[in-house]
Design a protein around this ligand. Sequence first.
Ligand SMILES: Nc1nc2c(c(=O)[nH]1)N[C@@H](CN(C=O)c1ccc(C(=O)N[C@@H](CCC(=O)O)C(=O)O)cc1)CN2
Ligand code: MG
Length: 300
Amino acid sequence: MSADILDGKAFAATIRARVAGHVTRLKDSHGITPGLAVVLVGEDPASEVYVRNKGIATVETGMNSFEHKLPAETPEADLYALIDRLNADPAVHGILVQFPVPAHLSERDIVARIAPEKDVDGLSVINAGLLASGQNAMASCTPLGCLMLLRETLGDLTGKDAVVIGRSNLVGKPMAQLLLRDSCTVTIAHSRTKDLAETVRRADIVVAAVGRAQMVPGDWIKPGACVIDVGINRIPAPEKGEGKTRLVGDVDFASAREVAGHITPVPGGVGPLTIACLLANTVTACCRIHGLDEPEGLTA
Ligand SMILES: Nc1nc2c(c(=O)[nH]1)N[C@@H](CN(C=O)c1ccc(C(=O)N[C@@H](CCC(=O)O)C(=O)O)cc1)CN2
Ligand SMILES: [Mg+2]
């Protein structure tokens, strides 16, 4: 058996098209243009690329993009003053601070400073709590993208055994909550899980988000399972030349694709869904702030 390889780039384009449709309706029917503010502190090269791509995607879907680049040594008080201004700005419906931030800043405190209704990363304790109690939360972007892809691929997820490997606040925990909301039987596994191989072998759905290159081999996968690989790990690639590297996921793609029914590649799988779902969350935030109906096809 060779798995169906899920094309995250193509699915991200579908989500962006849905976003653009909702943006047009918001403009035409209500005179509202959703706005996303992205804050970058420092000069991490990968973060600069992500922030640039977020800005481009925001404008391409018809929304307003507000980019704020601050020096690495920005004092906490100055960053909080900016967040307070964005919280109060009616043109801004979504706010995110790009991570990682310099060591003198606290990601947890930054997220807590963002108004929960504008927290389009879905990272605040308010949004985590709303999600866990089955209420209208802002779900964090990568897990939301994974859920949309799973629904698109498998249809109704009711009763499926899902194993999420990883327990981070950004991916593992919200992913588990979203799968539970879709009536999966969910196990959260992690690096300390006693018999990880046996746990994963039970799963119809495997979401690997543990941050260890190629940790999940094909012989852990139940034949026909749907494998979602959230890992983005850079490893040496001597075959490409001295000092070269390549990206791999948390799953050993070559062996897993021989067993799985569906599998996401790295790159080109889950990664592109993150920014698409950020745009989706910005439209959702805009609709909620203005008391309008939830945008169809963009929420959990
Ligand atoms: N505030 C946030 N910070 C960070 C988040 C986040 O969701 N919110 N996630 C990551 C970075 N990130 C978006 O911010 C992001 C990472 C990766 C991709 C992506 O498309 N990856 C590609 C491969 C890219 C490459 O070649 O290097 C893929 O997987 O195909 C998009 C967005 C950390 N910070
Ligand atoms: Mg971090």
